[in-house]
Design a protein around this ligand. Structure first.
Ligand code: G1P
Length: 294
C-alpha cells in the first residue's frame, strides 16, 4: 500500500510572474480552487494519507490553505453558512495529514525530493507529484495515480507516468526510452533509459515524464550522490536512471489529460476545461463562453 506523497512546492514559479510574485504559483486559482488543491485531491483519491510538502519560507500560504482557520470558521458558523463551512473543513479529510519540510536552497527537483528523506525513510515506497501539472481524470475512478499504484502493487517496479508529446517539445521534458513498444493508455512497460531535457532531435522517444512518479525509498541514497545535470540542477531523472541498475523502472502511460499550470496558457486551458464541467458554474460559464468564440 502506498500511503505517502511528496509534493515539491519550493520553486519560485518564474514562468508565472508577475502572478506568482506575492502568492505561490500553486495558489493560483483554477475556477474556484487553488491548483495545489486539485493535486492533493488527486492524491487523496488514490489512497494517499500522508502528504509531504517540500516548501520555502515564502510559501506559507500553501500550508495555511490546508490548515484550519478558526476565526473564519467561527464566523461562518455564527452566520449559519454551514455548506461553505463544511466545504472548508473538508479540504483535507481528517485521516490525511500534511507535513512540511523546507528546501533551503533551490538546487533542483532531485534535491527537493531528497529534502523529504528524513520523513519518508529509505525503506518505504512513495509517490512524487509535481504541483505544476494537473492530471485530469474527468471523473474516472480509479484515477491514473491509483492505476500507477496498482501497477506497483502488482510488480514491485518503480513507475513513471508518461504521455506522448509532439517531438518539437520533447526537449522541455524528461524523456524515457523503452525496451519494447509504447504501452497502451493505462498500461506499463519497462524502460531502459531516461534523459532530462534531451537536445532537440536527440530524444530517445516522445514519451514525456509528466510529473507523477512512484519510487522506492532506495532512491534517496542515489539522490544524495547525484551530481548537477541539465540546467546545473540536481535532477530526479538522473537518479531514476541510476536506480534502474538496482531496481526495475517502468513507464506507466496515463489515460487522462494533463494541463501544465506552470505558465499562463496552461492555466487558461485548465480554467476553461474545468469551468465547463463545474457542477454549479458550468452551464452559465458555457453561455458566457459563447460570447468569446470568434
Ligand atoms: C520537471 C522534470 C521533467 C518533467 C517535467 C514535467 O521539469 O524534471 O523530467 O518532464 O517536470 O513537467 P521542469 O518542468 O521542472 O523543468
Amino acid at each position: 500500500m502506498i500511503r505517502k506523497a511528496v509534493l515539491p512546492v519550493a520553486g519560485f514559479g518564474t514562468r508565472c510572474l508577475p502572478a506568482s510574485k506575492a502568492i505561490p504559483k500553486e495558489m493560483i486559482t483554477i475556477v474556484d480552487k487553488p491548483v495545489i488543491q486539485y493535486v492533493v485531491e488527486e492524491a487523496v483519491a488514490a489512497g494517499i494519507k500522508e502528504i509531504v510538502l517540500v516548501t520555502h519560507s515564502a510559501k506559507a500560504a500553501i500550508e495555511n490553505h490546508f490548515d484550519h482557520h478558526f476565526e473564519l470558521e467561527h464566523q461562518l458558523e455564527a452566520k449559519g453558512k454551514t455548506e461553505l463551512l463544511e466545504e472548508l473543513r473538508n479540504i483535507i479529510p481528517s485521516d490525511v495529514s500534511i507535513i512540511s519540510v523546507r528546501q533551503e536552497e533551490a538546487k533542483g527537483l532531485g534535491h527537493a525530493i531528497l529534502c523529504a528523506r528524513s520523513v519518508i525513510g529509505d525503506n518505504d515506497p512513495f509517490v512524487v507529484m509535481l504541483p505544476d501539472v494537473l492530471v485530469d481524470a474527468d471523473g474516472r475512478t480509479p484515477n491514473d495515480l491509483a492505476g500507477m499504484i496498482k501497477a506497483y502493487d502488482e510488480t514491485g517496479n518503480a513507475q513513471i507516468m508518461v504521455e506522448n508529446v509532439p517531438q518539437e517539445v520533447a526537449y522541455k521534458y524528461g524523456i524515457v526510452s523503452l525496451e519494447g513498444d509504447a504501452p497502451e493508455a493505462g498500461r506499463h512497460t519497462p524502460i531502459n533509459g531516461m534523459v532530462e531535457k534531451p537536445k532537440s532531435g536527440k530524444e530517445p522517444s516522445t514519451l514525456a515524464v509528466i510529473g507523477r512518479y512512484l519510487l522506492p525509498g532506495s532512491i534517496f541514497p542515489l539522490l544524495a550522490e547525484t551530481k548537477p545535470g541539465a540546467g546545473g540542477e540536481i535532477q530526479l531523472t538522473d537518479a531514476i536512471d541510476e536506480l534502474r541498475s538496482s531496481h526495475p523502472v517502468e513507464a506507466y502511460r496515463m489515460e487522462g489529460d494533463t494541463y501544465d499550470c506552470g505558465f499562463a496558457l496552461g492555466y487558461l486551458e485548465a480554467t476553461i476545461s474545468y469551468a465547463k464541467r463545474h457542477k454549479s458554474l458550468g452551464q452559465d460559464f458555457k453561455e458566457i463562453l459563447k460570447k468569446y468564440v470568434d
